[in-house]
Design a protein around this ligand. Structure first.
Ligand SMILES: Nc1ncnc2c1ncn2[C@@H]1O[C@H](COP(=O)(O)OP(=O)(O)O)[C@@H](O)[C@H]1O
Ligand SMILES: [Mg+2]
Length: 226
């Protein structure tokens, strides 16, 4: 299901209409592999030469098929030249680096009106705390990205990760998680109860639940065949 063209668009297409996407699950549950696989398929079907992808990967691993940058200067150059840019940020001042990367994307989009962005924030729990308010840059991305064709793909260990940003998410893709303390918050914020799926997800590694907040019908999915 996550591999048909409609679903790929639903996940990634910055269409100025849908909100942001959230991919959640514990470490090793299959999130990065899911993105790797589905993003490549999406990019094959999408022929827009002005489309750009920026992937922030705090663990400095994965997505090695993209153009890897280790600094904001490299990232800026990469965005102007390549379709897929990957930032491996240093852990020192990672929050500031991610903020600057967000602002850089907004500036590029303002100068290149035909451009659109898929902005993937992998392991975002590293720089986004559920207890703190999001930075101005994160609010800018979450709240105003859609109108600028900048789509945020948030990836985190838990379904709730930052209160000020969660209201701007309309698609949830949930992998296995052993942490039930957020289930209640999930019901309150998204109308989604992860509990009935927890055992199934645990039993079959890399399976996931697709939950579109617009129809509120969770669908259990088979693991992607790699
Ligand atoms: N659909 C899948 N089929 C087979 N193996 C998978 C699949 N998804 C993930 N894996 C395996 O699990 C490992 C961890 O997956 P990963 O996506 O890196 O987890 P996460 O990003 O959630 O921490 C991968 O390195 C891969 O070996
Ligand atoms: Mg990962």
């Amino acid at each position: 299901m996550a591999e048909d063209s409609e679903q790929l668009n639903r996940l990634y297409l910055p269409d100025a209409h849908h909100l942001n996407t959230m991919i959640w699950g514990m470490a090793g549950s299959g999130k990065s592999v899911f993105i790797d696989h589905t993003l490549k398929q999406f990019l094959k079907q999408n022929k827009d030469k002005h489309l750009r992808v920026v992937i922030v990967a705090p663990k400095n691993e994965d997505y090695e098929w993209g153009n890897i940058s280790h600094s904001l200067e490299q990232l800026s150059l990469s965005i102007s030249m390549n379709r897929v840019s990957v930032l491996y940020p240093s852990m020192a001042n990672i929050e500031g680096i991610v903020d600057d990367a967000i602002n850089m994307v907004f500036e590029y989009q303002a100068k290149n009106k035909k451009s659109s962005f898929i902005f993937i924030l992998d392991d975002s729990q590293v720089f986004l705390s559920s207890r703190k308010d999001g930075s101005d840059s994160h609010k800018r991305l979450a709240l105003t990205g859609r109108s600028r064709k900048i789509k945020g793909i948030y990836v985190a260990h838990n379904i709730t990760f930052n209160r000020s940003l969660e209201g701007q998410i309309d698609l949830l893709v949930g992998f296995s998680s052993v942490n039930p303390i957020y289930y209640r918050a999930s019901i309150e914020r998204f109308g989604y109860d992860p509990e009935p799926f927890a055992a199934d997800l645990m039993e079959k590694p890399y399976s996931f639940v697709w939950f579109d907040t617009r129809n509120k019908e969770p669908v259990l999915q088979e693991p992607l065949a790699l």
